[in-house]
Design a protein around this ligand. Structure first.
Ligand code: BES
Ligand code: MN
Ligand code: MN
Length: 459
């Protein structure tokens, strides 16, 4: 028996109250709470048998609503973990006490990914309320380590290959172009993360007694970093762009259809100017171009006042966003070799490889030329139709700058493509203070999801 009447917005708020920060060992209670809450929800409202699969890190929640093996099988992917809440003093309301104001729900995880995941849970729950024998098998595959690189999910998928392989993945973990501009994401960038540590003297030195002959590790690191981009904004590592495949004409046209409101984008981000790499437009560089970024740099004295030292070490965390056909591991090697070859004199270098994931593209069936009668193709067609009805505009088919690296593993291991329906907005403040979810977009997307489930059911 299913419990009656699923209240989707309340469920998002209740889910957000569990501070499930995967990166923070002290947030264990929040992680456990989120797992329990989600398991209960899937059991009560989605007719699921739930398995909480332990991993060396955070568990994977798998909810299965089976049925006739002849029914189509949809796999919903999402993540119950969230990014750390800091800087806490920049939040207008506490991150794990969701508040609704002017049609937006504020809280960490509202947009990434608890709200968006709830779209598909809510749509399926509503359909089961109306049609208890709804003829679609559903598996909800929800991990707790997306924000820390999905380190253990691939092994779980390998171990449960047969039961997890379905017709396609239905997910929401990406952005819409705007509140009336629903977006079906056709690609995400890959990611290669590493850390470079430069060591000079065996311990911090007095900068007066020893300053002169000694290479300062911060100076060495600054020089190294400064050399990784040229004046045209391009990465100077040999071979970095070799595998980059140019965007297709329709992709460029679809992006151009968005208009080119560079001023509004500057304002949204609060930057005085853009430094777009040569060869790309501002928006093209996010969708179609690779990057090399510094995520954090440290070394020496960071306390109040001044201190006169030559520090023993300095380090930087680097991430590269990758586009087809660059490969995560290959770029890690390339960057590693290039940086080693440029190690300044007077310091030693250590490089730690953190993670690598490949870029991902998925062409909607009406553009790829594949058959239109598969469950996946019916789902894409229904999404297109219902977006027009609910948003008053056709969907945008865009590649996005962010990454969900597990998608290429899902394709490799389980042989499924993903239908990515945007729920968040460009100003949803994912990973930032005052993260929020537009409840209007949430409702519209829930209708789109319902239409997708129904189209899958209808042979
Ligand atoms: N949901 C985001 C990815 C995203 C956001 C894609 C907006 C497209 C539009 C996801 O949770 C995320 O933050 N991914 C990380 C991956 C990393 C932690 C391995 C990212 O992109 O930095
Ligand atoms: Mn996410
Ligand atoms: Mn995220």
């Amino acid at each position: 028996m299913l419990a009656a009447m699923f209240d989707a917005e309340k469920a998002v708020a209740d889910f957000v109250r569990f501070g499930s920060v995967s990166a923070d060992p002290s947030a264990k209670a929040g992680m456990d709470g989120a797992v329990r809450f989600l398991s209960e929800l899937l059991r009560r409202h989605c007719g699921c048998e739930v398995e909480v699969v332990p991993t060396p890190g955070h568990p994977v929640v798998i909810g299965r609503r089976g049925g006739d093996p002849a029914w189509p099988h949809v796999v919903v992917y999402g993540h119950y973990d969230v990014q750390p809440q800091d800087p806490l003093d920049e939040w207008n309301t506490p991150p794990f006490e969701p508040v609704v104001k002017n049609g937006f729900m504020y809280g960490r995880g509202t947009a990434d990914d608890k709200g968006p995941l709830m779209v598909h849970i809510a749509a399926f729950a509503k359909l089961l309320e109306a049609y208890p024998d709804f003829p679609v098998r559903a598996t909800f595959l929800v991990e707790g380590e997306e924000e820390v690189g999905s380190v253990n999910l691939a092994a779980v998928m390998e171990a449960k290959k047969e039961e997890l392989a379905g017709d396609f993945v239905l997910m929401s973990d990406t952005n819409n172009a705007g509140p009336d501009d629903a977006t079906i994401t056709t690609g995400l960038r890959g990611l290669a993360c590493l850390e470079v540590i430069l060591r000079g003297p065996k311990q911090d030195l007095h900068s007066g007694i020893n300053g002169g002959p000694v290479m300062n590790p911060i100076r060495a690191l600054a020089k190294l970093c400064a050399g990784l981009h040229d004046e045209k904004g391009r990465v100077t590592i040999p071979g970095f762009y070799d595998a980059v495949r140019p965007a297709l004409d329709w992709e460029k046209a679809e992006l151009a259809r968005m208009g080119d409101n560079v001023e509004a984008y500057k304002k949204l981000l609060g930057v005085p100017a853009f430094v777009t790499p040569e060869g790309y437009g501002v928006f093209e560089s996010r969708s179609f171009g690779p990057t090399l970024e510094y995520n954090g740099i440290t070394g020496g004295y960071q306390g109040p006042g001044s201190k006169t030292i030559i520090p023993a070490k300095a380090s930087v965390k680097i991430s590269c966003r990758l586009v087809p056909d660059q490969e995560g591991e290959a770029i890690l090697d390339l960057v590693d070799k290039a940086i080693r070859a440029r190690c300044p004199q007077g310091v030693t270098m250590e490089i730690i490889h953190h993670s690598a994931g490949d870029p991902y593209v998925v062409l909607p069936p009406h553009l790829s030329g594949e058959g239109l009668d598969s469950a996946k193709a019916r789902a894409f067609a229904a999404a297109d139709r219902e977006v027009r009805a609910s948003f008053g505009n056709p969907p945008h088919y865009l590649r996005e700058g962010g990454s969900v690296p597990i998608l290429s593993d899902i394709r490799r291991i389980l042989g499924m493509d993903a239908l990515m329906l945007g729920v968040a907005l460009p100003d949803s403040c994912m990973h930032s203070p005052n993260e929020n979810l537009s409840l209007e977009v949430f409702r519209r997307c829930t209708k789109v999801s319902e239409a997708i489930w129904k189209a899958v059911a209808r042979k």
